[in-house]
Every structure is written in C-alpha cells, then in structure tokens.
Ligand binder design. Structure first.
Ligand code: SF4
Length: 341
C-alpha cells in the first residue's frame, strides 16, 4: 500500500481541511449553529442513510418541537415517529426514543461525554460517536462515513489498491488529530459531499490536491461488489372510512414500518362491505419492493376489528400529525380530501 502517513503530511492534511472549512464550509446548516451534543446527535442519526437536503426540513421540525434533551424527555415513541414520518429507516426514530430514555435513567438527563459511553447508545456506531465527540465535545476522534472513506481511499491510494476498513480507520485516526476537531470533522465531511464526489470530483478546488494520489485522475466511484436481489412483497390494505374518519392500525413488531400506524390489512376484518380498488403502489425499500393494493370501503358506522392489534379512527384532516409511512399518508390525504370532506 502506498500511503503518506508521515507526521508532517498528516498535520498539514488537517490544517488544510480546517482552513478550507473556514472559508467554504456549509456553515449555514441548522445543526451547525448553536452546537450541542443533543443537536449533533439528532442530525447525525437523521443523516445516516439520508442526504443533507432531505434532512434539513425534518431537522427543523424536530428541533422546533424538541429543542433540547430536556424537552424530549417525556416524548412518547409515537410522537417521535410522527416527526420522522416520511424520512424512512424508522429504526432510527425508535433508537432516538430508546437513547433519550437511557440518558434520562442512566446519565441523569445529560448527554454522555466519553466515546465509550456514547457508543453504547442505540443506533450509534463508531463513526457517529466520533462525530459527536469531535464536533460537540471538541475531542479529536476519527470518523469514517461514506464521504470520508472515499477521500482517504483516493488520497492515500492510487486507485488500484482498495484499502481495507481497518486501514481506512487507521488513516482516519492519523489525520484527525487536529486541535480544532470541530472544524476538521465538519470540513472533511463537506469536502467529501461537495468536492470529492463519487463521480467527477472537483480536484482543482480541493485543498488536498497537492498530495493526493488520485488528484486529477479519472477516479471512479468505489462500487459495491454486492448485488442486491430485491424481493417483492405484496400486501392488500383496506381504507375504511366513516364520517370523515379513517381506520388506522398500529404496525406490530413483525412487520415493515414497525411502530408506525397504517391502514389495516384486508384480511383483518370480516366485515362484508363493497370494496373499490383505488390505488396500486410500488414502494422501494432498502431490501425489498412493496406492492400495495389499497381498497376503499365506505362504512356507515365506525367499528374496531376483533383481534389483538391496536386500532384508532382518525379524522382525515389530522393524519398529518400521525406517524404514518409516507406513501400511505399521501393516499389518505389525497383520497380523503377528494371524496369525504
Ligand atoms: S484531490 Fe480530488 S481525488 Fe483527491 S481528495 Fe481532493 S477531490 Fe478527492
């Protein structure tokens, strides 16, 4: 492996990143203003598997409702999931609920200060813990998200050798020993997101181009060797409406979208009522494709199916505040407004 690990090089690496960040970093991102461990934690969890542009309005809404760790202390899982509705990967919202419970019961309501304590919290891996430590607690700690991996891979290798995860972590540690760890970590994140992009990196604008092994080469995106075979899951849902209200059912532990609310499955109710197929949705998840048939059923009287699930009737106008998967919420709003209000 051809690397540049000397102290001089690594030192100047972080200095260049910091100087660049001061001038060109994305200082306007909301979670970078009034930095606290709580705000960085929420933003980092939202940014796992989701792009900055998508996260921005969700973070704004979340922080408006729960500006501090204290304010989220009594929030229910349902309330947190409702704010997450549409952002996807709902396990992250459930992890936020569990983490704030742990912080309340085991850390006296204060966000933990050590890497060892932070990494034990649900949904926080090595890189997220590193981001919280370096940005919020200002203690130099390496991170290795997708952007940072790409920079280090290109900078330290000429593209022929694919560096292992361990080598990349070691390199991240070697370059992240900056006094101003807050600026360094945010800077390396921003260089990866705005300059060292998967396709057509802008090497001419990059502060690292003088020593980068891949600068101005035709670098390609690091492709995953995994081919994902997406399975299709078909489900049929019933859209029961009565008196401008819709019947919802809590999704249980064994199902996709666990913990959210949705329309009941058609086979959950034995009620005989005329059914109109109103929508067929194809929705792609990370590991499968959902094919959903939605049947509209108008009933004159509200009822609760007799089984072990949890149900509620909700006014169509109020579904905005319920933790529903994005495509289901969209359909309820569209059909509800068109037909029943
Ligand atoms: S010089 Fe080019 S390839 Fe190297 S880190 Fe910068 S943008 Fe990436």
């Amino acid at each position: 492996m051809k690397t540049k690990k000397s102290f001089l090089v690594t030192n100047s690496f972080s200095e260049k990143v910091i100087k660049w960040y001061e001038l060109h970093g994305r200082h306007d991102l909301q979670w970078r203003k009034a930095i606290t461990p709580y705000r960085i934690w929420i933003s980092e969890i939202m940014l796992q598997q989701t792009q900055v542009v998508t996260v921005k309005p969700y973070f704004k809404k979340f922080i408006k409702k729960y500006p501090t760790l204290k304010s989220i202390q009594d929030a229910s899982e349902d309330e947190i999931l409702a704010l997450w509705s549409g952002l996807g990967f709902y396990k992250r919202a459930r992890n936020i609920f569990q983490t704030k419970e742990i912080i309340h019961s085991e850390h006296k309501g204060r966000f933990p200060k050590t890497f060892e304590e932070i990494i034990k919290l649900p949904g926080i891996g090595k890189s997220t813990a590193g981001a919280i430590m370096s940005i919020a607690h200002q203690i130099p700690t390496p991170i290795l998200d997708g952007n940072v991996k790409r920079i280090l891979q290109r900078y330290f290798s000429d593209g022929k050798n694919i560096l292992s995860e361990k080598e990349l972590w070691d390199l991240s540690l070697s370059v992240s020993n900056a006094t101003n760890s807050n600026f360094y970590t945010q800077g390396i994140m921003d260089i990866g997101a705005t300059l060292c992009t998967p396709q057509n990196p802008e090497c001419s604008q990059c502060p690292l181009n003088a020593n980068c092994n891949s600068a101005f080469l035709q670098v390609e995106a690091i492709k995953s060797k995994k081919t994902i075979d997406l399975k299709t899951l078909k489900i049929e849902l019933s859209f029961f409406v009565a008196d401008q209200e819709v019947l919802l059912r809590k999704i249980d532990d064994q199902e996709i979208w666990r913990g959210l609310w949705s329309l009941p499955h058609t086979n959950e109710s034995s009620l005989k009522v005329r059914s109109y197929n109103i929508e067929k949705i194809k929705h792609r998840l990370s590991h499968r494709i959902l094919e959903i048939d939605i049947n509209l059923k108008k009933v004159t009287k509200k009822f609760i199916p007799k089984n072990n699930f949890q149900y509620q009737w909700v006014k169509v106008n109020d579904v905005e505040n319920i933790a529903l998967p994005k495509p289901i919420k969209k359909i309820i709003k569209n059909y509800g407004k068109k037909n029943f209000l």
